[in-house]
Design a protein around this ligand. Structure first.
Ligand code: NAD
Length: 461
């Protein structure tokens, strides 16, 4: 990993721009080949990638396969299958005054795209947006996170082996390299990470009037209504929370549970944790680790915002923090003021769905919101009276796995959405083209403006 800015980085965008301007990235055959190569890279080097994810995050290999390998290939396959359709002009009707004319929207690539990724799903969050940019015909610079150093190194070694390096570049490094990249002129910047750096990215983009997509985080709430199936809710909350040891942007951040069902829900949650990870989660091969000592310290100090009803143990040696449920939560503590992004789950009693809605509505718009209720009226009320990037009802996380649902945040949790077709459209400009016929040239629109012409216009417009 590079730790100081590489002089090479300074010319990355320029080098790719000249490739882009040569037209190399435009043919669908080139795009298809690059997408196939990306999928091949993952398939042929799966073991190396899974090992890197284990080193960085203690990621169980099943989890790594599902979330960082198969997720990417399942995004790439439809991009290849629908490449022609998603890049085809769309004919639209033309108003009377323009006739004779035909109108269409022509999808065009944007140019050179920069993708900056974080460390928690370090392959998926780099390659899925990059694949969309390639499918749309762009050149791409990928910047993996330096925090997941082993995965970054694996990508740094393998991407140039499989991809056309004249149009698809990978720059490893941290703040100096990213700062250097951000000073360059890109045609779109796709950033995933925290809101503080999101602001840095947006400020840099202003210099070149570059559009940005910001995929940020926030505190994603879970509302458990008294009408919920508590056993199912506990399983689904536990799965979404302790996947990747809680280091998931859409992980349940805290639970607002109806006080009437608080204790039975806590009991079910405790049982689900034991079912998933055994009596000692430290010994479980299905449970991950915290990414770095710095993040470990932050999380153990957040724990002070409540009392551990389940878990609470930690081991700095291997960056282990137990699946932890916190009760008697101090709402003013950092635990409830910043995104947790780790395996701590505060559970807060509320008197009603109304109170839960007010709690959520008083805070910044979350990236995800989860509501568990058997009563459809409660679900409808929560949906109508809260705002969030996306929602799963009676479940967690899964809305982001449906490629027909664009994934992204709103307000503090980000701007723009991707996945599936929307992940290709994001990197296209739909160029409107109106082509007039010349066989006829009605003179009505031309001066001199007579009374008759004025009358006709009043009738047809
Ligand atoms: P991170 O520390 O890896 O940072 C993300 C990227 O920004 C890295 O590539 C890093 O090199 C770069 N960076 C860091 N500081 C910078 C600076 N000062 N200037 C320029 N670039 C800089 O990851 P993170 O921010 O800790 O990621 C966690 C956050 O990301 C959480 O808030 C999480 O919710 C969010 N997240 C969102 C999504 C989503 O899809 N919406 C997905 C994953 C994570």
């Amino acid at each position: 990993m590079t730790t100081t800015a590489d002089p090479q980085t300074a010319s990355t965008a320029d080098a790719l721009r000249s490739t882009y301007q040569s037209g190399r990235t435009r043919p669908l055959a080139w795009r298809r080949k690059q997408l196939e190569q990306m999928a091949r890279m993952l398939e042929e080097n799966e073991a190396e990638f899974l090992e890197a994810l284990r080193i960085d995050l203690g990621k169980p290999s099943v989890e790594g396969f599902i979330t960082d390998i198969a997720f990417v290939t399942s995004e790439i396959k439809p991009m290849i299958k629908h490449l022609t359709r998603w890049n085809k002009p769309k004919w639209v009707s033309s108003p009377l005054v323009t006739l004779p004319a035909r109108s269409r929207l022509v999808p065009e690539p944007l140019g050179v795209v920069l993708v900056i990724a974080p460390w928690n799903y370090p392959i998926q969050l780099l390659l899925v947006p990059a694949a969309g940019a390639i499918a749309a015909g762009n050149a791409v610079v990928m910047k993996p996170s330096e925090v997941s150093a082993a995965t970054s190194a694996a990508l740094g070694r393998l991407v140039p082996k499989y991809m056309d390096t004249s149009a698809v570049a990978l720059v490893e490094g941290g703040v100096p390299e990213t700062t250097e990249l951000l000073a360059q002129h890109f045609d779109h910047i796709f950033y995933t990470g925290n809101g503080t750096v999101g602001r840095v990215v947006m400020a840099a983009a202003v210099q070149h009037l570059t559009p940005v997509t910001l995929e940020l985080g926030g505190k994603s709430p879970v509302i458990i209504d008294r009408s919920a199936n508590l056993k199912v809710a506990a399983h689904r909350v536990a799965w979404g929370k302790w996947l990747n040891a809680g280091q998931t942007c859409v992980a349940p951040d805290y639970v607002l549970v109806d006080e009437k069902v608080r204790q039975p829900f806590l009991d079910e949650l405790g049982k689900a944790i034991t079912e998933f990870y055994g009596p000692d989660p430290h010994a479980s091969s299905s449970y991950g680790r915290i990414v770095s000592p710095r993040h470990f310290e932050r999380l153990t100090s957040l724990m002070q915002g409540g009392t551990a009803a389940v878990g609470g143990q930690s081991e700095p040696g291997d960056r282990y923090i137990a699946p932890t449920v916190l009760v008697d939560v101090d709402l003013e503590a950092p635990l409830m003021c910043e995104e947790i992004f780790g395996p701590l789950l505060p559970v807060i009693p509320v008197s009603s769905a109304r109170q839960a809605i007010d709690f959520v509505a008083a805070r910044p718009h979350p990236l995800a919101l989860y509501v568990f209720a058997g009563d459809k009226g409660v679900v409808d009320q929560v949906l109508a009276q809260t705002t969030a990037g996306g929602v799963t009802v009676n479940g967690t996380i899964l809305h982001l796995t449906n490629p027909h649902l664009p994934f992204g945040g709103i307000g503090e949790s980000g701007m723009g959405g991707y996945h599936g077709e929307s992940g290709v459209r994001l990197f296209q400009h739909l160029k409107p083209v109106l082509t007039r016929g010349t066989a006829m040239d009605p003179s009505i629109a031309y001066p001199p403006y007579t009374d008759l012409k004025a009358k006709i216009f009043r009738r047809i417009l």
